[in-house]
Design a protein around this ligand. Sequence first.
Ligand SMILES: Cc1cc2nc3c(=O)[nH]c(=O)nc-3n(C[C@H](O)[C@H](O)[C@H](O)COP(=O)(O)O)c2cc1C
Length: 109
Amino acid sequence: MARASSPQRRPCSFCADAPRSRARYGERGATLFAAQDAAIDASYAQLAATALGIGSCWVGAFDEARVARLLGLKAGVRPVAILTLGHAAEHRERPPRRPVEALVHAEAH
Ligand SMILES: Cc1cc2nc3c(=O)[nH]c(=O)nc-3n(C[C@H](O)[C@H](O)[C@H](O)COP(=O)(O)O)c2cc1C
């Protein structure tokens, strides 16, 4: 994880380190586990922020090459997610969610 110097004002970026995962787990590590690791990190960070009363937004739509350049990432390391963090100006009602039955499949999809 690349952590910004001022969490109040700056987003946090979560990166997949394919070379490191490849060294330990081979090709599946490089092509899958590295991204899963970064997504897990971002998810838990978002949960921790929420528990601390800090608002966040998961951002996946960004210019990957530009972010990698800004963060000075080495070859093979990809930014997967950015979390914007801050104190929410307003608190909304919980938005509607798909029902559990639409998400959980027994035996087959
Ligand atoms: C994988 C993923 C990528 C996302 N990328 C963006 C993004 O680039 N920009 C953005 O505004 N919201 C993005 N979102 C959506 C927000 O993080 C958030 O989930 C959305 O605003 C819905 O929030 P709500 O369910 O609390 O209304 C993304 C969500 C996911 C799961």
